[in-house]
Design a protein around this ligand. Structure first.
Ligand code: KIV
Ligand code: NA
Length: 266
């Protein structure tokens, strides 16, 4: 089976919704791959798996390591890897150095970077040199300290700014763009205006596709329940019960049983 290409994704504009999820490990990539068009190795890995307080501390080395792990589990979906904070903003040359390393060392197809109008030059520089790019606008978590938190973006007159960002990313040659945490009416307007697929997270149903952090939709955390996430499972609850039962059985001398043991009983 051949894996999807950046052109395949771009051509899905206006077609059936693109299904996208994150993955950071081989086993999760194997679960996600048969059902998804894009598997994103998001820099959310820093918060989800490494306990970092934001995505700002994520390094290129972390993205390479998780990118390699995810690629081992994919056969069909297109793999996109996030460029982490501080590895692309300084210049187009710095962005190409980081992006080419991500793609060369992992075998992934494309990178994603945050920013609209001010990153347009970098996006065209990368695309012209063989790096397919996914944009990311609206709430851009790497700018949490400038945005002063993870608030909905593009409300009221701020909509013009986000629309301009979408247009710039599309014109610069990105093959898709993530719209994060913006009003659904604005996401609808952007989706109707630009020529590349929009992939929404907290951006309503009008987008050309949807993405969620896989651990969020699986309920892998007890405490993180943002409005835009639907929980399709309660893994953290199930895991916590399982661990509690294991501890109780070990303390009671009930585990391991004969079926888990080797040789004659003692
Ligand atoms: O890092 C990430 O998981 C992302 C998605 C939420 C779009 O950027
Ligand atoms: Na990200």
């Amino acid at each position: 089976q051949k894996s999807l290409t950046a052109s395949d994704i771009r051509e899905r504009k206006g077609g059936g919704p693109l299904v996208c999820l994150t993955a950071y490990t081989t086993p999760t990539a194997r679960l996600v791959d048969p059902h998804c068009d894009i598997t994103l190795v998001g820099d959310s890995v820093g918060m989800v798996l490494h306990g970092l307080p934001s995505t700002l501390g994520v390094t290129l080395e972390m993205m390479v390591l998780h990118g390699k792990a995810v690629m081992r589990g994919l056969s069909r979906s297109l793999c996109v890897i996030d460029l982490p904070f501080g590895t692309y903003e300084e210049s187009s040359e710095q962005a190409f150095r980081s992006a080419s390393r991500l793609l060369a060392e992992t075998g992934a197809t494309a990178v994603k970077l945050e920013g609209g109008v001010h990153m347009a030059e970098t996006i065209s520089f990368l695309v012209a040199r063989g790096v397919p790019v996914v944009g990311h606008i609206g709430l851009t978590p790497q700018s949490v300290n400038v945005l002063s938190g993870y608030k909905v973006q593009g409300k009221g007159t701020d909509a013009q700014r986000v629309l301009a960002d979408a247009q710039a990313v599309s014109d610069a040659g990105a093959f898709a763009v993530v719209l994060e945490k913006i009003p659904q009416a604005l996401a609808h307007r952007i989706t109707q205006t630009i020529t590349i697929p929009t992939i929404g997270i907290g951006a309503g149903p009008a987008c050309d596709g949807q993405i969620l952090v896989v651990d969020d939709m699986l309920g892998a955390f007890a405490d993180f329940k943002p409005k835009f996430v639907k929980r399709y499972a309660e893994l953290s609850q199930q895991a916590s019960q399982a661990i509690e039962q294991y501890a109780a059985e070990v303390r009671a001398g009930e585990f391991p049983e004969q079926m888990h043991s080797f040789g004659p009983p003692v």
